[in-house]
Design a protein around this ligand. Structure first.
Ligand SMILES: Cc1cc2nc3c(=O)[nH]c(=O)nc-3n(C[C@H](O)[C@H](O)[C@H](O)COP(=O)(O)OP(=O)(O)OC[C@H]3O[C@@H](n4cnc5c(N)ncnc54)[C@H](O)[C@@H]3O)c2cc1C
Length: 285
């Protein structure tokens, strides 16, 4: 029996290459100054999905929500072995926070009728790790976070080893399930040369040069599907600014510098003093 598998992948600015002009004066990221890359843990999510498909059959569809140039990671996914790629793009989705993003992506998963969804644990730009769990809640799927090893997929569901920080849990979850994947889970496979030669030419309709016929591209299997919010039957009150309860009050550029320090006696009393100061400063508690 094959599985209908969806991978959610995000294109992100390469935050490891932060240089002088990477931040704007208002403290926001200058996306134009940073190369856009495949969110690293989403590559591990894709590899997990491909491994399930290779072992049990089925299809792997990669979905990304973003502007047309996010198709770059969809081409990348097709070159690595994904069966299908879909760009979710719509101006009305601008300003979506994680709640609105997860709503839109969950509508795409619904439309695809997925048995299994793999997400990265976290995106390296937004960094919230909220989108996967929020999608699972909206879809009513079983949620498993922090996959470190895929053990098996079978009649009982998906069995994985979860990394819980100070140890592991061996978990079996009923399908349909949404699983978030860690960067330690596997080594993403490289491009396959035959697929690279084919899919480097894949494009969504908005990327096509004038005069190139979308139907001709589709016939060759090179048209990346594009879905807007109408195609996903989204309720407009849950998308974009309207659907985003997060309000950014202030953005600070934090520079950590050496400062004062305080010593505590290595005694019960010293430790108690340290803990009470940390609680007072709201560092812990
Ligand atoms: C008030 C507000 C306004 C914002 N406005 C904008 C805006 O106008 N434009 C904009 O680009 N961002 C905007 N953002 C950022 C946007 O909300 C987040 O980038 C997005 O919700 C994902 O959150 P995250 O990066 O923390 O992902 P995480 O929750 O850390 O991601 C976890 C996993 O979810 C999946 N995932 C996350 N995002 C996507 C995606 N887009 N496509 C496919 N899979 C995904 C991936 O598998 C990823 O590994 C805004 C955020 C806020 C708070």
């Amino acid at each position: 029996m094959g599985y209908n598998i969806v991978v959610c992948a995000k294109q992100v600015p390469d935050t490891k290459r932060i240089t002088g002009d990477a931040m704007k004066e208002d403290g926001t990221v200058n996306r134009a100054a940073l190369p856009a890359i495949f969110n690293p843990e989403d590559l591990n999510a894709l590899e997990t999905a491909l491994a399930v498909r290779d072992a049990h059959g089925g299809t792997v569809t990669v979905v990304t929500m973003g502007p047309p140039n996010a198709c770059e990671i969809l081409r990348d996914s097709l070159c690595r072995g994904a069966d299908k790629a879909i760009l979710v793009s719509d101006r009305r989705a601008a300003a979506s926070d994680t709640l609105a993003t997860s709503y839109i992506l969950s509508q795409a998963v619904r439309k695809l009728n997925a048995d299994l969804v793999f997400c990265g644990r976290q995106a390296i730009d937004g960094d919230t790790a909220q989108v996967g769990p929020q999608m699972a809640e909206k879809l009513g799927f079983t949620l498993v976070t922090y996959l470190e090893e895929l053990i098996n997929v079978g009649n009982d569901g998906i069995r994985v080893k979860r990394n819980v920080g100070n140890g592991w849990e061996d978990v079996t979850a009923k399908l349909p399930a949404l699983v978030t994947v860690l960067d330690t889970a596997n080594t993403p496979r490289p491009y396959m040369s035959k697929r690279l030669m084919k899919f480097k030419k894949a494009k969504c309709a908005l990327e096509l040069a004038e005069g190139v016929c979308p139907d001709a591209m589709a016939e060759k299997g090179l048209l990346i599907d594009m879905w807007d919010l109408d195609a996903l039957e989204c309720d407009m009150q849950w998308v974009g600014m309207a659907g985003s309860p997060t309000k950014v009050n202030r953005i600070l550029s934090v520079v950590l510098a050496g400062g004062d320090y305080e010593e505590f006696e290595p005694t019960e009393a010293g430790a108690a003093k340290l803990v009470s100061e940390l609680i007072e400063e709201h560092t812990i508690g």
